[in-house]
Design a protein around this ligand. Structure first.
Ligand code: ADP
Ligand code: ASP
Ligand code: MG
Length: 432
């Protein structure tokens, strides 16, 4: 039984400046009589800017405070446009940003990933204070809620795992009563908390996932994510021309596409919704009346070819030093090391004496992995690659995608083709 609660998520682009926030105000105004839980990301590129502050602090470049001041200034400018000079929001924001100042004033002692979550979460805390204050300012009563009181996780900083039972209890206890009152409930995407009250984050772009967690716990009628695109398209419009909107998509299809790099939805978003058959709409905040994309259960649709590109891939070739076969005991060891380094393996292929894996090339994980292997294996790496996944591929599109590229690895399972390539030109036609 659904609860009549709708969950909306607004990402960075939708609240990047004062006119954008006003536009979001107009969108939610239409729902003022309804039960709406609103999840909000950090404004614009704030998360990247906060990451730069942490980098500056960790590598002692001396400009961390200066970078922080720029971020603060951007937030104050937006507030000036929304509220004028005198408003309690300025004190609220100062209290929020001071958390970063306290960290920067001390010598770095804590682990990087832990510090990351304590600092980067400030982006969402600041944006939600502004957006909630603005909604109240324009006569839309809104309860600001701390997502860290709602979503409980383990302490895997930067990629925390949700503890569902406690999260469900928190939602029952804290959000459901708010819906007995008038007004919206607004909270932060991306951030959560451990049982010891340390802030965690769910991974970059994790706000979509937050909205899905809340949709699940609130038995939402539906969830909508408001984006700068008309809906889910056949490919990323930043990389390809001639893309078209997909009107309806199954959960399964959406999981496959987002897992392999369709950046429009965070890959973890779909599963909680699928488990409770909660429809997901991908809508445009630029054209809110557009039909968007509807994602639901088992649709027997004829899909057009869809392309997802995952950048920053490394292809690691592993062979035995003595030319013995790469058999199961070797594979066991290789997978154990990959798990230890939290490598995400996107594709793999083996021959008698070699094994190749394509992985996301993040942080120093590949280097650490290779170090573990080098004692017993010959290891070669190709970097700066792209993994292109094509669902419902046809010959025309595959030929187009292969043009001007060095193909390093290709797999085909039914109508899905995956290829690891070097040098993909930025603009490519995908007439299907
Ligand atoms: P948010 O503001 O919620 O964080 P994102 O910027 O993360 O939103 O996601 C929207 C972007 O996803 C679009 O601007 C688009 O460039 C990109 N994108 C990648 N693949 C697709 C796709 N298949 N369909 C639509 N957009 C896509
Ligand atoms: N602000 C976070 C990020 O940029 C989370 C999100 O936007 O979804 O990654
Ligand atoms: Mg985003």
């Amino acid at each position: 039984m659904n609860s009549n609660i709708k969950v909306f998520k607004f990402g960075g682009a939708s609240i990047k400046d004062a006119p954008a926030i006003k536009n979001v105000g107009q969108i939610v105004q239409k729902y003022s009589e309804e039960k709406l839980a609103i999840v909000v990301s950090a404004m614009g590129k704030t998360t990247n800017a906060l990451e730069a502050i942490l980098q500056a602090y960790a590598s002692k470049t001396g400009d961390a405070f200066e970078l922080l001041n720029q971020v603060k200034q951007q937030h104050y400018e937006v507030c000036k446009e929304l509220f004028g000079e005198a408003h309690e929001i300025y004190d609220l924001l100062n209290d929020t940003f001071v958390e970063i100042e306290w960290i920067l004033e001390e010598e770095m002692q804590d682990e990087y990933d832990y510090l990351y979550d304590q600092m980067i979460s400030v982006g969402e805390l600041a944006s939600t204070k502004i957006v909630a204050a603005y909604f109240n300012h324009i006569g839309l009563p809104t309860h600001w809620t701390d997502a860290r009181d709602l979503i409980l996780t383990d302490n895997t900083y930067r990629s925390a795992n949700v503890q569902w039972t406690e999260t469900q209890e928190n939602c029952n206890r804290l959000i459901k009563p708010l819906f007995e009152q008038e007004g919206f409930v607004l909270t932060q995407g991306f951030i959560a908390s451990t049982s010891e009250n340390f802030t965690t984050t769910l991974g970059r772009e994790g706000s979509d996932y937050t909205a899905a967690i809340l949709s699940y716990c609130l038995d939402a009628e539906y969830m909508a994510i408001w984006k700068d695109v008309p809906g889910v398209l056949t490919a990323d419009p930043r990389l390809f021309e001639n893309v078209t909107k997909i009107d309806r998509l199954s959960y399964r299809e959406a999981i496959e596409m987002t897992y392999y790099g369709a950046k429009v939805i965070h890959p973890k978003t779909i599963k909680p919704l699928q488990n409770k058959s909660i429809p997901l709409f991908v809508k445009s905040f630029i054209e809110p009346n557009g039909s968007g994309t509807q994602i639901t259960a088992n649709l027997d649709e004829n899909y057009p070819p869809m392309v997802a590109v995952e950048k920053n891939q490394a292809l690691i070739h592993i062979s035995t030093l003595d030319f013995s076969f790469v058999a199961e005991p070797h594979l066991k060891f290789i997978f154990e090391q990959a798990t230890k380094q939290r490598l995400r393996i996107n594709m793999m292929q083996n021959t008698a004496i070699s094994f190749s894996i394509c992985v996301n090339d993040v942080d120093d994980r590949v280097a650490n992995f290779v170090q573990q292997l080098q004692e017993n294996y010959a290891v070669n790496i190709d970097k700066d690659l792209e993994l292109i996944t094509v669902r419902y591929a046809n010959k025309t599109i595959l030929n187009q995608l292969r043009t001007d590229k060095m193909l390093l690895l290709e797999n085909k399972i039914r109508n899905t083709v995956q290829m690891v390539v070097k040098n993909v030109p930025i603009l490519e036609r995908i007439d299907a």
